[in-house]
Design a protein around this ligand. Structure first.
Ligand code: GUN
Ligand code: FE
Length: 427
């Protein structure tokens, strides 16, 4: 591959939550896997590859910053339950299957093919507590060209005996997993205590020490469900709040912690989370499916939180991040109605920002075409929709978010290189 590439098409990205940067019929210069700039006229560049996508839209790839790769098989099941019974009746039973590598060999290729087809190529994902299965998942993401943080889950408290680790084994497996993860280039380990109720204090302490020793990121769940929050108070009576449990064990590395849900936060937690520059993974579909609540997205954006979107498969049901963006808009409209109009809903530009640069910034300069960003893009062919040849680029984006999916995405590129479907079709 030549190191310079010129990409032509109808380019757009969200430069800020308020502003789309629109470049119809323009040229983007990629050099050594990074964006150099976007130009209205074809620039003079020596020895470059030309990729002319005509009138197709070119957007940054999506970031899904909260997805359980091991819950792909259970999507849509148990959606009549709330969090804690859903975990016991469906999720823990499903995750226990990954003890057997053959099960992962069957499920992961289906998941990776779907993520690839939908353009979710920046991922922050939970695996299960199983060491070998987690490494197999990392091999597959690396091989397929994704950029991913993958977490071997830690849990030494669980009502499903097959998922309950001994504290010392959990710690030893995590160290071995960190050592063996060094082989990857675009896939990195992330420390993953499942949530406070699934870990004893000694395990949390070990994990916090690993975070500090190896300068590692962290992902976990926070303030998802009111029953869960009361349970944390019972289990950790010495902690001031749910977030304080993670904080007190150093599981809050600054700017490197992803917290899923964050629906029912106290004021003190809010302040501590802002101070720690956490990334909030907003999972609107999951929050409705498990009747968890509506995250105060508008207020959290206004307060300056780093926010991205999560499909939260399998409590969420759809992998397409356009759908997650639309779900975020819908949830915020209901929140606005409940507030009798005092709180504004979010709009499609904000939601698109969250699905691309908002979550993407957890991985570095990702999810944008600003100069210096990593050259990751999707090509969208929307000529199947009757209005596409008469509406503007910002309206074509709206239709793609609301109506789109794999059928419209004609090409995917990471670090300047086109990436192909990871596995042959199985079914
Ligand atoms: N809290 C602890 N584990 C989980 C999980 O797997 N999914 C969700 N949505 N919340 C959790
Ligand atoms: Fe989750």
């Amino acid at each position: 591959m030549k190191s310079s590439v010129l990409v032509h098409g109808d380019l757009l990205y969200a430069a800020t939550p308020q502003k789309l940067s629109l470049h119809p019929d323009s040229w983007m210069h990629l050099k050594a896997g990074k964006v150099e700039g976007i130009y209205a006229e074809k620039p003079e560049v020596d020895a470059c590859e030309i990729r002319d996508y005509g009138k197709q839209m070119i957007l940054p790839v999506f970031a899904d910053i909260h997805i359980h790769s091991v819950q792909y098989g259970q999507r849509g099941l148990g959606m009549n339950l709330e969090l804690l019974p859903w975990l016991s009746n469906y999720t823990f039973k499903e995750e226990a299957r990954f003890e057997d590598l053959e099960y992962g060999k069957k499920v992961f290729p289906l998941l990776l093919n779907e993520l690839w087809s939908l353009g979710s190529l920046n991922l922050c994902t939970f695996s299960s507590m199983h060491l070998e299965s987690s490494l197999m998942l990392m091999d597959m993401y690396e091989e397929a060209g994704f950029r991913a943080y993958v977490g071997k889950v830690n849990m030494d408290c669980c009502d499903e005996p097959r998922l309950k680790e001994e504290c010392d084994i959990s710690y030893a497996d995590t160290r071995e997993w960190l050592e063996r993860s060094k082989q990857y280039k675009n896939v990195k380990p992330i420390i993953t205590p499942r949530f406070a109720p699934s870990c004893t204090a000694p395990l949390l302490k070990h994990l916090g020490q690993l975070v500090q020793e190896h300068d590692l990121p962290v992902q976990t769940h926070l303030n998802e469900n009111k029953g869960e929050i009361s349970w944390v108070q019972e289990l950790f009576p010495e902690s001031k709040s749910y977030y304080d449990v993670y904080r007190s064990y150093n599981l809050n590395p600054k700017g490197k912690t992803v917290l899923a849900h964050c629906i029912h936060n106290s004021e003190a937690e809010w302040e501590a989370m802002l101070e720690d520059e956490v990334f909030v993974a907003h999972c609107p579909a999951s929050n409705v499916n498990l009747s968890s609540g509506i995250m105060p997205l508008r207020e959290m954006l206004d307060a300056g939180f780093n926010i991205g979107l999560g499909s939260d498969i399998g409590a969420g049901d759809r992998l397409f991040m356009g759908t997650a963006a639309v779900d975020a808009i819908r949830a915020s409209k209901l929140y606005s109605l409940q507030s009798e109009g005092k709180v504004e809903p979010v709009n499609y530009i904000e939601a698109f920002y969250l699905a691309t640069a908002g979550g993407g910034s957890f991985f570095g300069n990702c999810g944008s075409f600003a100069p210096g960003s990593t050259a990751d893009y999707l090509v969208v062919d929307d000529k199947c929709w009757p209005a596409s040849d008469r509406i503007g680029l910002e309206e074509r984006l709206q239709q793609f978010l609301y109506l789109g999916g794999a059928e419209q995405i004609s090409e995917r590129c990471m670090r300047g290189e086109v990436i192909e479907k990871p596995f042959p079709d199985i079914c």
